[in-house]
Design a protein around this ligand. Structure first.
Ligand code: NAI
Ligand code: MHF
Length: 277
């Protein structure tokens, strides 16, 4: 069984929603969106960690106001028992402080924590709208000595994710790769979010009318079922599944039939995450 982590957005009421629906032994990652800022990420992460979850806050370099704020964040992590962060450049057009990309943040984190803090970095199986493929691989090569794993951008194709993991190996990136998988969320929400975060070819894929797209999008919700099955068919290629839940955490009744329906797969993955982590 592949280990699974659940990504949440620190919206209003998220802590109450999580504690009501998600078992305590789950590993959660908390996004950092440009219009939210890092404070909101940290507030939710600290609260959830104090509740007993394993929590990984996202730190967006371009949203960090300064080095002092980074040391405060790391102190808060230490107090709350948070031992891992996810460091990305971030979507903010203008950087808020001294950090324009992930690498210098990773360097400062390593320095301030004596190398103790674990850190994930981002990978892009389908490229990035603003950064070239070679630059992205070079960035990973430069970051890997300060990172513990790669989490991929949302992607809808198992072969693309597996090819990407193989490409990283060939290029000399040794880090374990967690596959970024969209959860069972309403199709319209997924299409608009994919546009917002610049998942171009996946968006085209989602809008296509071909048999595979129809299969994945049958009903109102996207189903990660066949993607997860495809990833599981190559054991050892990826370290685990990073599930973008978009805060759709609603529990459904247990039972063998329920676990096979698209709407039930996300809660099934959430339950599985509790056993694996
Ligand atoms: N995959 C994810 O979960 C998330 C990804 N992001 C994305 O992170 C991107 C870059 O972050 P990392 O992958 O950590 O790369 P990075 O920060 O290590 O930078 C890699 C290369 O991209 C350039 N770059 C970084 N941020 C940029 C930006 N906003 N616009 C244009 N160029 C940029 C850097 O100068 C560098 O050449 C952001 O643009 C954003 O799209 C943001 C939040 C979450
Ligand atoms: N380029 C990029 N930026 C990101 O922030 C990002 C990625 N990629 N890839 C994966 C995840 C997915 N991201 C997102 C982005 C937006 C929402 C979202 O639900 N936005 C809401 C607003 C939420 C709120 O303000 O509370 C929306 O309706 O747009 C969720 C996850 C964060 N991560």
């Amino acid at each position: 069984m592949i280990p699974t982590r659940i990504e949440i957005i620190p919206s209003e009421g998220i802590v109450e929603q999580v504690t009501a629906l998600v078992p305590l032994s789950t590993t959660l990652t908390v996004t950092c969106l440009p219009h939210h800022g890092i404070e909101r990420t940290m507030r939710a992460a600290v609260q959830l960690s104090l509740h007993g979850y394993s929590v990984i806050p996202h730190l967006a370099a371009r949203s960090l106001p300064g080095r002092v704020e980074l040391t405060e964040i790391l102190r808060d992590c230490n107090v709350a028992g948070i031992g891992e962060v996810f460091v990305i450049g971030g979507d903010r057009k203008q950087q808020a402080g001294p950090y324009g990309s992930a690498l210098p943040v990773l360097e400062d984190i390593a320095q301030y924590t004596g190398g103790v803090m674990r850190a994930g970095v981002a990978g892009y199986p389908e490229g990035h709208p603003a950064v070239g493929a070679l630059d992205l691989v070079d960035a990973l090569l430069a970051k890997q000595h300060l990172a513990t794993h790669v989490v991929t951008q949302m992607c809808f194709s198992a072969p693309k994710i597996l090819d990407y993991a193989a490409l990283l190996r060939r290029e000399g990136v040794q880090l374990p790769v967690w596959a970024g998988v969209a959860g069972a969320v309403p199709r319209t929400k997924l299409v608009s979010l994919a546009a917002q975060i610049g998942v171009g070819s996946s968006l085209k894929f989602l809008s296509r009318k071909g048999p595979l797209a129809r299969k994945l999008l049958s009903g109102d919700r996207y189903s990660p079922q066949s993607l997860v099955t495809g990833l599981q068919s190559q054991p050892g290629s990826i370290a685990g599944i990073h599930l973008y839940s978009f805060n759709n955490l609603d529990a459904v009744p247990d039972g063998p039939d329920q676990a096979l329906t698209p709407a039930a797969l996300q809660p099934a993955l959430i339950r599985r995450a509790t056993r694996d982590n």
